[in-house]
Ligand binder design. Structure first.
Ligand SMILES: Nc1ncnc2c1ncn2[C@@H]1O[C@H](COP(=O)(O)OP(=O)(O)OP(=O)(O)O)[C@@H](O)[C@H]1O
Length: 317
């Protein structure tokens, strides 16, 4: 279980509380550095949990903190009851795949995994070999195992990164955008591997691709601008689009007048522009009909509320 309490992280600058906390306090704090996380509270119990958010939302920052590679500015978190400052104990419990995964190009894949396994404390050589052979097969890397990593493609390096995170069957697996660079077949294979692995464990997976979460995650948390915008079941996110997703054929002029942030999809047809948009009421003359939201629609509806809110703030300033 991962318990996160009031976690915040600021990059750069130094923390200084505004003199008058009641007066536009947040804007003043913003000006004194880049807050990548703001008062994040989350409880992640068991199974595969998706951390979804657009670029720059704070997903990698949160994962680096949970992996003890970065420290929070304030707040705390526990993994299976162990506080993050006990970093050695935490590292024994977790597997981590960073977004930028560095490998040793002069080693073979098998040598690299053997090295990681030894560093993780698996001292018996035969035990390491059995585990590594199993992982190489699961990640479809057995043919490349004896080749130097510098000859691997980007997707192969990604799979090797996933293998190293799985060594030692950690109780908690933290994977940052694990499917980036994988082709569609590998992506599906990898999602299924993670789902199998998540039985009886915690897998926290970050992504900005809704499909990565839709097929395999039980629970979801959405981060945007460093804040948790929602957490719960997938159906809760989908429901946020209820009554707000519209489809219809628009004229080109109407299409050009649309707020780009509200447009989910567009296709040119013989009749005009077939559009799906998110809006409380569409501001067009052509007829649009309400459609049931997908998970992605719910996510976009949530983000568009945030974007509208932010626009409201900046126009008031
Ligand atoms: N080392 C750093 N120094 C300064 N700012 C940073 C640093 N790392 C991240 N940031 C900033 O913190 C914010 C959150 O970044 P983070 O990488 O955690 O987001 P993310 O959700 O993982 O994004 P992406 O999906 O693009 O990887 C961004 O504004 C980013 O510019």
């Amino acid at each position: 279980m991962i318990q996160i309490n009031h976690l915040s992280k600021k990059y750069g600058g130094s923390w200084k509380a505004p003199r008058d906390m009641n007066k536009n306090a947040e804007a003043q704090v913003y000006n004194r550095g880049n807050w990548a996380l703001h008062d994040v509270n989350l409880t992640i119990t068991e199974g595969m949990v998706g951390l979804l958010g657009p670029n720059g939302a704070g997903k990698s920052t949160l994962m680096r903190i949970l992996s003890t590679l970065s420290t929070p500015t304030s707040g705390e978190a526990f993994i299976n009851g162990v506080p993050l400052h006990k970093s050695e104990d935490i590292r024994r419990m977790i597997g981590y795949l960073p977004q930028q995964f560095q490998v040793y190009p002069q080693l073979t894949g098998a040598e690299f995994l053997d090295y990681v396994a030894a560093m993780k404390g698996i001292s018996d050589k035969r035990h390491r070999k059995v585990e590594i052979d199993k992982l190489l097969e699961q990640l479809n890397l057995q043919d490349k195992a004896r080749k130097k990593i510098r000859t691997y493609s980007g997707g192969m390096k990604r799979r090797l990164g996933i293998a190293q995170a799985l060594i030692g069957s950690p109780q908690v697996l933290i994977v940052d955008e694990p499917t980036a660079g994988l082709d569609p077949e590998e992506r599906v294979r990898f999602r299924n591997l993670l789902t199998r692995f998540s039985l009886g464990r915690v897998v926290l997976l970050s992504t900005h691709i809704v499909a990565d979460i839709e097929s395999n995650c039980r629970q979801i948390a959405v981060l945007d601008q460093g804040r948790v915008r929602m957490s719960g079941e997938l159906a809760d996110l989908q429901a946020l689009g209820q009554g707000r997703v519209w489809e219809g054929v628009l004229t080109e002029q109407e299409y050009e007048m649309l707020d780009p942030l509200s447009v989910v999809s567009t296709r040119r047809t013989e009749e005009g522009m077939l559009c799906k948009i998110i809006a409380d009421i569409p501001n067009v003359n052509s007829q649009m009909k309400r459609v049931n939201p997908t998970l992605e629609d719910g996510y976009l509806a949530l983000l568009s509320d945030g974007a509208l809110g932010r626009r409201g703030v900046s126009s008031d300033a």
